[in-house]
Every structure is written in C-alpha cells, then in structure tokens.
Write a protein that binds this ligand. Structure first.
Ligand code: NAD
Length: 260
C-alpha cells in the first residue's frame, strides 16, 4: 500500500496512538500534519519523521476551538497542497462514578471527543470535496464505542457518538469519494491509560495490578494489551483503502475483548 502524494492530518499526534499513526502514514509516503494541543511535542514528532526521510508539519491545534481547527487545516492545505486523510484521534480520559462526575468534566470530554471530531471533519471534508479525489476519514473510537465500563459515562457516550457521526459522513460523502470509518482499540499502554490505572484502583478499591488484569484485560483472549502499532496499522489500512466498499464501519482491534 502506498500513500505517496497524499496529505494526512492526525489530531493528538504528539503522543501515543496518534503519534504512531502519523509515523506509519509517513512511512507509507504521506506528508503528515502533526496537529496537537502540545506544540512542542508535536514539533519533536515532526522533526523525527523528517529526520527519517519523511515529510511532516507540526501545527498547534485545540480541537475544541473552531478557529484553531479551521486555521490549522487551512495552513496544512496551503503548505502541503491538499488534504486526503483525516485521523480524528485527540482524546483524554476522566474517570469517576456518575454521582461524582463533574458537569464541567462531562462537557470537556464531549468537547474534545465529539466537537473535535465534528469540527475537524467539517473543515477537512470541504478540501476532500474540492480536490475531486475524495478522501478517508478515520475516527479513533474505542471498544467503548460498543461496550460500557463503570466510571466512564462521558467516554462511553462520546465513543458511541463517533459511530453515528461516521455513518452520516459515510452517507454524505459517498457520492464524492469520501469514506468514514471508526477504529476501536482495546487498552493500549499510552499516557492516557497509565494515568488511569491508579485512578481506577482508587475508585474501585483494588490494586493497580488487579486493574490491569481484572478490569482492563480480563475479557481479552490472551491477557495482552493492544499496541500502538496494531492500531496504526489498522488506520493505515483504512486510509489507503480506495473504494466505498469499506465505509461507515467500525473495526475493533482489542485482542478479542469485544467481538461483533
Ligand atoms: P495520549 O494521552 O497518549 O495522547 C493524546 C494526545 O491528544 C496528546 O498528545 C494530547 O496533547 C492530545 N490532545 C488532548 N486534548 C487535545 C485537544 N483539545 N486538542 C488537540 N490535541 C489534544 O492518548 P492515547 O491513548 O494515544 O489516545 C488517543 C486516542 O485513542 C483517544 O481518542 C483515546 O480515547 C483513544 N483510545 C485510546 C485507548 C488506549 O487504551 N490508550 C483505547 C481506545 C481508544
């Protein structure tokens, strides 16, 4: 698979899953835009992709800000010529039982996961339409797009919501060659998960080892974490898939935690 002459923008690409997605897309020939709240880390990722012979641009972007999203995407198109792939990946996690879940945290979660997906889609899709080549939009869902867990009301709600957004974008974009799909990882050891392990241990009154074994990996077929490479390979497959045969779908990458 080659992504030569394609431009891919990945949000939340300064860390974890997004970073690996950007590296993988660059290794397949795409020029990648590392869009993140954390500009310094985004620049480091972009520099290391360039040092490895790839093409990359770091852009400061808070995905909850319409102005920041629009200006970041305009800059990417101006500097790199088009926008062919969007990976809407930026995300955070806040865990608490619903009776203690702060309304401000609920709104923050929905803003990053859902407003971010909507705003980046809205800004990117017009360039995909205008170029006449269509494009591929990949949303970073989660097993929590299909399953629920305790303490994660906002996250589960937001990740389920991405399935709806992807299906609408698939229908609207189909006649113009824009595909939209959701990748749904199980637990991946990134800063987002490392932060959550002690928080869940405290909230559930169990040890951190028990959180990993009995909460995070209990339902997998082999007790293994999913890796950033597993997720990035799936994103790259969807980014490079050329026809509308694969659109409006979600692919679960979770060591069998969820099977649908
Ligand atoms: P991470 O913490 O390693 O990286 C998240 C990145 O998003 C960071 O670079 C951060 O600066 C950026 N970010 C946060 N808020 C932002 C904003 N408002 N605007 C722009 N960038 C912002 O996390 P990760 O584990 O790589 O998670 C990436 C995505 O994968 C998230 O959507 C997450 O829900 C999803 N996911 C993660 C796991 C997992 O187990 N790690 C599992 C399923 C889904």
């Amino acid at each position: 698979m080659s992504l030569n002459n394609r431009v891919a923008l990945v949000t939340g690409a300064a860390s974890g899953i997004g970073e690996q997605c950007a590296r993988k897309l660059a290794s397949l020939g795409a020029a990648v835009v590392i869009a993140d709240l954390n500009l310094e880390s985004a620049q480091k990722v972009a520099s290391s992709i360039v040092a490895a012979g790839g093409k990359a641009l770091a852009v400061a972007m808070d995905v909850t800000s319409e102005e920041a999203v629009n200006s970041g995407i305009e800059r990417a198109v101006q500097e790199l010529g088009s926008l062919d792939v969007l990976v809407s990946n930026a995300g955070i996690q806040i865990v608490a039982p619903i009776e203690d879940y702060a309304f401000s945290d609920w709104k923050k979660m929905l803003a990053i996961h859902l407003d971010g997906a909507f705003l980046t889609t809205k800004a990117a899709i017009k360039h995909m339409y205008a170029g006449g080549k269509g494009g591929s939009i990949v949303y970073m869902g989660s097993v929590h797009s299909h399953e629920a867990s305790k303490l994660k009301s906002a996250y589960v709600t937001a990740k389920h919501g991405l399935l709806g957004l992807a299906r609408v974008v698939a229908k609207e974009g189909g006649s113009r060659g824009v595909r939209a799909n959701v990748v749904c990882p199980g637990f991946v050891r990134t800063p987002l998960v490392d932060k959550q392990i002690p928080e869940q241990a405290k909230a559930l009154g169990i040890s951190e080892a028990e959180v990993v074994k009995n909460v995070m990996l209990r339902e997998t077929v082999d007790g293994e974490f999913t890796t950033v490479e597993d997720v990035a390979n799936t994103v790259a497959f969807l980014a490079g898939f050329e026809s509308n045969a694969l659109t409006g779908q979600s692919i679960i990458v979770s060591h069998g935690w969820a099977m649908q």
